[in-house]
Design a protein around this ligand. Structure first.
Ligand code: 5GP
Length: 345
C-alpha cells in the first residue's frame, strides 16, 4: 500500500487569479484553436469543445446545432451502420464530428462497414472504454493506428501521465482524461477509484504535450467557469455531458412533474443504458452510472452562448487574447469557497 501525499485538485478547489492586461474587450478574444496531430495528417480548426458520446447528448441534432459555432460532437455509437455511413458521407470534409466506438470485435466490424459505406469523411474517431489501463486497450489503439493512419484518434479514459504517454506512443493523437468525475457517473462510489479531475488534466496535459500529443478533459464540468479551468489547466479539448443535457437537441422525451419540465439523462454504464443496449446488467458487473431528471432548457444555442461567453470573459480576466494563451496566463489559487450561497435555494 502507498499513499501519495501531494495534494490533488478538483475544479472546486481553485479559482483563476486575474491578471493585468491590455485587452480592451471580450469581443476581441479568439476562442478557436488550430491543431495539427502527432500521428494523423488532419488539421483541426474550431472551438475545441466536444459534446460527449452519450446517447442523450452525442446526437446528430446536437451536431447540427453546434456546426455554426464550430464546436464538435462525438456521435454516440448506437446509431445504425447505414445512418452513420449516410451522415458522414454527406458531411463536408472539414467536419470535426467524431465517430465513437468501443474495442469489441463488433465495434471494429461496424466501423469497417461504415467506412466501406463510402464514409471517407470520417476523420475523427473516439475509442472509448471506461478503463483505459488495460493492455488489450493499448493493443487495440496500436492496431487501429496501423489500419487507419489518416484518422485522428482520441483514446481514453485515463488520468495519469504514464498512461497518457503510453497511449500517445501507441498511436493516439488525443488522450481522453477523466475517471469518475462525470455528473451521472458512480464509478467512485462503486469502486473507490478515481483522480481529482483538475490535477488529472494538468498532469496528463504535461505528459501529452511533451510528446506532441493532445488531451481532452472529459467529465466534471458543471459551469462555464469549470470549462475555463479545464482549458487553463492545459486541456486542448473539453468534453461535456451534463452541461448539454436537457436541451431540444438531446435524445429523449420531455417529462412533466408538478408543472415543471424535465428530460431524462443517464450514464452510459447505468442500468438504463445497459437495459437499452445490452439486454440488462450482466451478472458479473454492477452499473457505474445513474439516471437523473434535468430541467428542460430549450435550444442548446442559448446555453452555448453562456458557456462561450464565460470562456471569453475568463480569457479577458487573465489577458489572454486567444484560448491558446489561457493556459500560459493561468495561475490557480487554492480557494476555500467558490460562490456566495446566501441566496441559494
Ligand atoms: P459530465 O460532463 O456529465 O460531468 O461527464 C460526461 C462524461 O461522463 C462522459 O463523457 C463519460 O466519460 C462519463 N460517463 C458517461 N456515462 C457514464 C457512466 O455511466 N459511468 C461512468 N463512470 N462515466 C460515465
Amino acid at each position: 500500500m502507498h499513499i501519495d501525499h501531494e495534494p490533488k485538485l478538483d475544479f472546486k478547489d481553485v479559482l483563476i487569479r486575474p491578471k493585468r492586461s491590455a485587452l480592451p474587450s471580450r469581443a476581441q478574444v479568439d476562442i478557436t484553436r488550430k491543431f495539427t496531430f502527432k500521428h494523423s495528417p488532419n488539421r483541426y480548426g474550431g472551438i475545441p469543445i466536444i459534446a460527449s458520446n452519450m446517447d442523450t447528448v452525442g446526437t446528430f441534432e446536437m451536431a447540427r446545432a453546434f456546426a455554426p459555432f464550430g464546436l464538435s460532437v462525438a456521435l454516440h455509437k448506437h446509431y445504425p451502420v447505414d445512418t452513420l455511413a449516410a451522415y458522414f458521407k454527406k458531411l463536408k470534409t472539414k467536419s470535426t464530428a467524431f465517430y465513437s466506438m468501443g474495442i469489441a470485435k463488433q465495434d471494429s466490424d461496424k466501423f469497417a462497414r461504415v467506412m466501406r459505406g463510402g464514409a471517407s469523411a470520417v476523420r475523427y474517431v473516439c475509442i472509448d472504454v471506461a478503463n483505459g489501463y488495460t493492455e488489450s486497450f493499448v493493443d487495440f489503439v496500436a492496431r487501429f493506428r496501423d489500419t487507419y493512419p489518416q484518422l485522428t484518434v482520441m483514446a481514453g479514459n485515463v488520468v495519469t501521465g504514464e498512461m497518457t504517454e503510453e497511449l500517445i506512443l501507441s498511436g493516439a493523437d488525443i488522450v481522453k482524461v477523466g475517471i469518475g468525475p462525470g455528473s451521472v457517473c458512480t464509478t467512485r462510489s462503486m469502486t473507490g477509484v478515481g483522480y481529482p479531475q483538475l490535477s488529472a488534466i494538468i498532469e496528463c496535459a504535461d505528459a501529452a504535450h511533451g510528446l506532441g500529443g493532445r488531451i481532452c478533459a472529459d467529465g466534471g464540468c458543471t459551469s462555464p467557469g469549470d470549462v475555463a479551468k479545464a482549458f487553463g489547466g492545459g486541456a486542448d479539448f473539453v468534453m461535456l455531458g451534463g452541461m448539454l443535457a436537457g436541451h431540444d437537441e438531446c435524445a429523449g422525451d420531455v417529462v412533466e412533474q408538478n408543472d415543471e419540465k424535465f428530460m431524462r439523462f443517464y450514464g452510459m454504464s447505468s442500468r438504463t443504458a445497459m437495459e437499452k443496449y445490452a439486454g440488462g446488467v450482466a451478472h458479473y458487473r454492477a452499473s457505474e452510472g445513474k439516471e437523473v431528471l434535468v430541467p428542460y432548457r430549450g435550444p442548446v444555442a442559448d446555453s452555448l452562448q453562456n458557456i462561450l461567453g464565460g470562456l471569453r470573459s475568463a480569457c479577458t480576466y487573465v489577458g489572454a487574447r486567444t484560448l491558446k494563451e489561457l493556459t500560459k496566463r493561468t495561475t490557480f489559487v487554492r480557494a476555500g469557497m467558490q460562490t456566495n450561497e446566501v441566496f441559494a435555494e
